[in-house]
Each structure stands twice: as structure tokens, then as C-alpha cells.
Design a protein around this ligand. Structure first.
Ligand SMILES: *[C@@H]1O[C@H](CO)[C@@H](O)[C@H](O)[C@H]1NC(C)=O
Ligand SMILES: *[C@@H]1O[C@H](CO)[C@@H](O)[C@H](O)[C@H]1NC(C)=O
Ligand SMILES: *[C@@H]1O[C@H](CO)[C@@H](O)[C@H](O)[C@H]1NC(C)=O
Ligand SMILES: *[C@@H]1O[C@H](CO)[C@@H](O)[C@H](O)[C@H]1NC(C)=O
Ligand SMILES: *[C@@H]1O[C@H](CO)[C@@H](O)[C@H](O)[C@H]1NC(C)=O
Length: 405
């Protein structure tokens, strides 16, 4: 009896040991090796059409899928100009209609007045404290997305993420027309009274006006908060691990960077010429066959000094509706190349399947319903200190039970 039990237990211990080794291998393959092998290397090396060859790529498509589908469609010899970075020599858009509205602008006056008048503003939000806030979040949203705003206020946009540092959250909105627009406007004003985190200018709120919306945010920082250390522009359907962004990427202990811009770097992408695509770019607006490096609009981060520089650059560059591409063009004009993030998995413009381990080590993930945001955020908060240990345990016990059955 005694012997049998001991025997049984050493046996189980051996089995457990082997299983846990297996678990580590599977984990590594899943997290580290496979993504590198299956997509990233290829994707980095070859230019692809931004938004794919006309496929309506909704957020649920992962990049892997996107790459596989379009590998065949993309005629690489067509887009490729080997070894020529968009910043080497004269940026190509300088030679196009894009660059010239060649009047001399009084830049300071324009910065002071903005492009469109503010309907709702928070001019004094930044003046508390001597040093200016560490991070300003600019979140593109639409009037009807009340639930999303409330979820963000309770989760990654909550000031309590970094109470001592100075953390400002602003939702960016345009204006809607018609009777519904009037009703929404009244509700928005009440919401603004309550939270003081909304800015709105007098332009029509539409997908094609996203560039104007972003520039409003840049203008706000330039005008009302030039002393901010960093700014992040993101969307209302995003999961943003603000804590990881602040403490692991930006690091409040260090001297704030200047001319710094990072996010999911889109390097060497070609304009989409398929008229049915959401990412369609008419050759008349952008004749060049390559975009300068830009960062996906789902989430990019930059040093506070760039807000006014980008805004000023925008005054002499014709607007394009693709907000992230447009900001990339402004950066190219300023001769600023986006910095690649420290690793490939920080800024995701697709949805990363949730695990507390992964989510405690990323900055953005895309495509969240407000309820999911609340659920995952709270799960992450209560598991973040042993997020990855728990993942191992879960995996092990899952494997164990599978074996046992
Ligand atoms: C790719 O494009 C180039 C230039 O337009 C063309 O000469 C070549 O035949 C194309 N290749 C394929 C496989 O379509
Ligand atoms: C753009 O403006 C600059 C000077 O303002 C001029 O030298 C250049 O030729 C113009 N380019 C085009 C395409 O009009
Ligand atoms: C922000 O978080 C604090 C602390 O967890 C909480 O008391 C507060 O209600 C939150 N704010 C919002 C708007 O949910
Ligand atoms: C963008 O906003 C301006 C100002 O309200 C408006 O005139 C224009 O039609 C809008 N553009 C689109 C494409 O919605
Ligand atoms: C993409 O698909 C979604 C839903 O499947 C649809 O609402 C949207 O209008 C489509 N966009 C384009 C540009 O076709």
C-alpha cells in the first residue's frame, strides 16, 4: 500500500514535469517563434497595399490572415523600390499637388484660432500643476458612442491609472446635422458638463473627416497644453494598457523625449487604388506609389512638442481622409521618422485574443465592445501581478485534464 502510493506519486510527478516542459515549449512556439515565422518577417520586408486589395477588412481579421490573403494579390515588383527610404532624397509628395497651397501662413495666428471654431472646449484642463501633464490621451469618438466613452472613463482612460503624473483624457468630436444631431448635441453638452473631457469643433463628424478630428486634437495640445510630455491618439473601440504605456514605454523617470513618434509602424505601404475599398486613395490626391512610414491610427504616441509641429505642417499639406497616412506625411515633411516600438507585439491594430499574460505586456488591441472592455480590464487588474504565472497554471491544468480524460 505504502509502496504503491509512493510509486504512483513519483509517476505523477514525472508526468507533471514532462507536461510542464511541453507547456513551456507550446507557450514559446505560440508567443514567440510562430508569429515571427508566419508573418512578421515577410510583412516587414515587402510593401503591401494599405488596407489590402479591396477586401473589406473589418477589425476581426488578424494581420496574419490579412497577410496570407493578400500575399498573392500584391505585385511586389510594382511597389518595391529597393533600398530607398521615403525620407531619402526629396519626399515624393513634395513633387505633387499635395504639397502646395503655397501661401505663406501666419502659423502662430492659425494655431491660435484653429481650423474650425470650437463648440466645446476645455481650455484650462492642462493648467493644473507646474510641469504639465505626463500624458494626454486624444480619443476619436462619435456622439452616439456614449457607452464606449463611459467604459473608457472607467478603465484605461481613468485618471487613477497615473494619479500623480498628470493624465488627461479628451474625447474628440465633430458635429452632427439634423434633428438627431441637435438632440445628440444637447446630450453631449450635458456629458461635457459632467466629465469635462470632451472637445468638439464645428465640422461635420464623418469617417472622411477623421483627419480634421485628429488635427483638432493636435491643435488643442499646441494651444492649451504645449508642456505635455507625451500625447497618444487612439480610438474608442480600443483596449489600451495605459499603465504599461506610461511605466514601461514612456518611463516618467526619464527626461521627456522630443521629436519622438511611435506606434504600429507601417513602413513602405502602397496606396490602395481599389475604388471600393475603405482605404481607397485617388491617384489625383496622392500620385506617388508609396506612403511614407506612418503609424496605424488605432494608437500612436508622440512627444508633446510634435503636436504643434504636426499641426503647423498640416497647414501646407492638402488634407487626405486617411488620418494616419496623413500624419505620416506631415512627419515626413518635418523629416521625422517614426521610431519602431521596442517589440512587435506592443501596438496591435487587430484584436489580440485575450489572456492576462498577453494583455499585461501590450499597449493596444483593437475591436472592443464597451462591455468586453470592462470585463477584460477588470480581469487584468485583478490578475496583473501574476498574469503570466496564472497562464502557465491554466495551460498546465487544461493539458492535464485533457490527458486524464
Ligand atoms: C508586376 O508589375 C510589373 C510592372 O507593372 C509588370 O511588368 C509585371 O509583369 C507584373 N508581374 C505580375 C506577376 O503581375
Ligand atoms: C511648391 O512650392 C514651392 C515654393 O513655394 C515651389 O518651388 C514648387 O515648384 C511648388 N511645387 C509645385 C508642384 O507647384
Ligand atoms: C476611476 O477609478 C476610481 C478608482 O478606481 C473610481 O473610484 C472612479 O469612479 C473611476 N472613475 C470613473 C469615471 O469611473
Ligand atoms: C467635413 O467637414 C466639413 C465642415 O463641416 C464639411 O463641409 C465637409 O462636407 C465634411 N466632409 C466630409 C467628407 O464629410
Ligand atoms: C465593410 O463592412 C461593413 C460590415 O461588414 C460595412 O458596414 C461597411 O460599410 C463596409 N465598408 C466598405 C467600405 O465596404
Amino acid at each position: 500500500m505504502q509502496w504503491r502510493r509512493r510509486h504512483c506519486c513519483t509517476h505523477t510527478a514525472k508526468l507533471l514535469y514532462v507536461l510542464s516542459l511541453l507547456g513551456v515549449l507550446i507557450f514559446l512556439a505560440h508567443q514567440v517563434w510562430l508569429p515571427k515565422l508566419t508573418g512578421m518577417a515577410w510583412w516587414r520586408a515587402n510593401p503591401v497595399v494599405y488596407g489590402g486589395g479591396g477586401l473589406n477588412m473589418s477589425s476581426k481579421y488578424s494581420l496574419w490572415r490579412f497577410v496570407t490573403i493578400h500575399q498573392a494579390d500584391v505585385n511586389t515588383s510594382f511597389h518595391k523600390k529597393e533600398g530607398v527610404s521615403p525620407l531619402q532624397g526629396k519626399p515624393s509628395f513634395e513633387n505633387t499637388a499635395l504639397a502646395n497651397t503655397s501661401q505663406t501662413h501666419d502659423l502662430s495666428a492659425t494655431v491660435n484660432h484653429g481650423t474650425f471654431p470650437y463648440i466645446i472646449n476645455e481650455p484650462d484642463k492642462c493648467t493644473k500643476g507646474q510641469h504639465g501633464p505626463f500624458l494626454v490621451l486624444l480619443i476619436a469618438t462619435e456622439a452616439r458612442q456614449v457607452e464606449a466613452r463611459n467604459a473608457i472613463r472607467q478603465t484605461w482612460g481613468n485618471e487613477s491609472v497615473a494619479p500623480a503624473l498628470g493624465f488627461i483624457r479628451l474625447f474628440l468630436l465633430g458635429k452632427n446635422e439634423g434633428e438627431l444631431g441637435l438632440l445628440q448635441q444637447r446630450m453631449l453638452e450635458a456629458e461635457s458638463q459632467r466629465y469635462h473631457d470632451i472637445i468638439q469643433q464645428d465640422f461635420l463628424d464623418s469617417y472622411k473627416n477623421l483627419t480634421i478630428k485628429t488635427l483638432m486634437g493636435m491643435n488643442w495640445v499646441a494651444m492649451h497644453c504645449p508642456q505635455a510630455s507625451y500625447v497618444m491618439k487612439t480610438d474608442s473601440d480600443m483596449f489600451v494598457n495605459t499603465e504599461y504605456l506610461i511605466y514601461k514605454l514612456l518611463r516618467p523617470g526619464l527626461k521627456p523625449k522630443r521629436n519622438f513618434f511611435t506606434g504600429n509602424n507601417m513602413r513602405g505601404f502602397a496606396p490602395n487604388r481599389n475604388k471600393n475599398s475603405k482605404w481607397y486613395m485617388p491617384p489625383e490626391l496622392y500620385p506617388s506609389e508609396k506612403y511614407p512610414t506612418f503609424c496605424s491610427g488605432t494608437g500612436y504616441v508622440f512627444s508633446g512638442d510634435l503636436a504643434s509641429k504636426i499641426f503647423q505642417a498640416s497647414l501646407s499639406i492638402r488634407h487626405l481622409h486617411l488620418e494616419d497616412v496623413y500624419v505620416g506625411i506631415c512627419l515626413a515633411k518635418l523629416q521625422i521618422e517614426p521610431t519602431p516600438p521596442p517589440n512587435e507585439f506592443l501596438f496591435n491594430h487587430w484584436r489580440v485574443s485575450y489572456s492576462s499574460c498577453k494583455y499585461s505586456h501590450l499597449i493596444t488591441s483593437h475591436g472592443f465592445h464597451p462591455n468586453e472592455l470592462l470585463k477584460y480590464w477588470h480581469h487584468l487588474q485583478s490578475n496583473k501581478h501574476n498574469a503570466c504565472i496564472n497562464t502557465f497554471k491554466e495551460k498546465e491544468s487544461r493539458m492535464h485534464t485533457t490527458r486524464m480524460n
